[in-house]
Design a protein around this ligand. Structure first.
Ligand code: ADP
Ligand code: MG
Length: 360
């Protein structure tokens, strides 16, 4: 096992990168502790696979260092790194049986046959592959093939880290939740460092203790699911996480006061070092209330999403929709309304990044 450090990693697929835009990873600095369950969450194209491939050694970064337990790994061959990587699509030997597929990584390293048999049986049980151990992999469903792939990643106990790159892509929706909780359970059992890459917030938030949120080749925030919900460091994080995500509303600071659609509002942010001018206000739908006074708007749609209702309000004077969550049992407003934001949960964002909060 090992602690993984990414030290100012940059990567460009271009021969002569110039601007930041030429980099698939702009500058990544991360520490992953030994034994943790991590998720790397971000939209397609943001650089997740590039980052994984740098850790596993399939790719050498243009700049920066990769360290395991403070030891330089940046240009070491993949085989020398002791990493298991599970890819988006099953990587298995079709002509081998399930048992042979699962045994292969161990046999390859000269583990003795008795130990292989025990370990393979264990993994097969965890993944519910017992009944098909002697079947050829070729005839199996994509779900089961991907379970073999997962098994091949999990079977070795000498790996530093197991990385999963969107492993549930080919899995049937009704099996997804099951495998997802299985992976969480496996992490608790094996206590190995696991990095789970996905564009799906539910997968990331249910699997990981710490989530790294990326966009545009940058890490925007590292935090627990609760931290990401309560204190998004960047408007993208607030918007990407939550359903619906955080409202991001144009605002201005005039004479030390924040205004949204002409209304002065209270926020948690410290305004002392702020430029005068345009900023954004972020507030989650959970912290938007209907009141007698406040920001004026009109209810546009009402959507029942199970335990609560999402009300879309069009603000007066600016082209902006605000989502508000109304709890079950509370009355659903209609027509012209006024909105208030819970000040403690309302923050300013400048160029996308959160403004520091007032102390005390
Ligand atoms: P993700 O896994 O988050 O979807 P990737 O790491 O695959 O993102 O891609 C990051 C960026 O790098 C994208 O703009 C993608 O088009 C580009 N990219 C990925 N692989 C290559 C490659 N082999 N050659 C050139 N560009 C690539
Ligand atoms: Mg990818």
């Amino acid at each position: 096992m090992a602690r993984i450090t990414l030290n100012n990693i940059r990567h460009s697929y271009l021969p002569n990168p110039k601007s930041d835009d030429d980099y698939a990873l702009q500058r990544v600095h991360l520490d992953w502790d030994d034994g943790g369950a991590y998720a790397l969450l971000g939209p397609s194209g943001c650089g997740k696979t590039t980052l994984l491939n740098i850790i596993s050694g399939l790719l050498t970064p243009s700049e920066g260092q990769l360290l395991f337990d403070d030891q330089e790994m940046t240009s070491l061959e993949p085989d020398a790194r002791n990493i298991a990587q599970v890819f988006q699509f099953p990587v298995i030997y079709d002509t081998m049986t399930v048992r042979e597929n699962l045994s292969f990584p161990l046999r390859n390293r000269g583990v003795d046959e008795a130990a292989i048999a025990t370990r393979v049986a264990e993994i097969a049980t965890m993944l519910e592959l017992d009944s098909m151990l002697d079947k050829k992999a070729a005839g199996l469903t994509p779900d089961n093939k991907q379970k073999i792939s997962l098994g091949r990643g999990l079977v070795r106990d000498d790996v530093n880290v197991i990385m999963f790159d969107e492993p549930l892509t080919v899995i049937d929706p009704h099996l997804k939740w099951k495998l997802r909780s299985k992976l969480k359970e496996l992490h608790q059992k094996v206590k190995r460092t696991m990095i789970y890459v996905t564009h799906d917030q539910t997968e990331a938030l249910t699997f990981a203790d710490q989530v790294v949120v990326m966009n545009f080749g940058q890490v925007l925030q590292v935090g627990t699911p609760i931290e990401l919900f309560e204190r998004p460091a960047h408007t993208f994080v607030g918007h990407f996480i939550g359903s619906p995500g955080m409202n991001v509303v144009p605002a201005s600071v005039v004479d030390g006061q924040v205004q949204v659609a002409g209304q002065v509002i209270d926020t948690a942010s410290d305004l002392t070092n702020l430029r005068q001018g345009s900023v954004e206000v972020g507030v989650r739908p959970e912290f938007v209330r209907f009141a007698d006074a406040g920001i004026a708007g009109t209810v546009e749609t009402v959507m029942d999403v199970g335990r609560h209702t999402v009300v879309k309000v069009r603000l007066e004077g600016i082209e902006q929709i605000i989502n508000a969550i109304v709890d079950e049992g509370d009355s659903i407003p209609d027509g012209p309304v006024h909105l208030q934001f819970d000040a403690a949960q309302t923050r300013l964002y400048e160029d996308g990044w959160v403004v520091a909060e007032t102390q005390g």
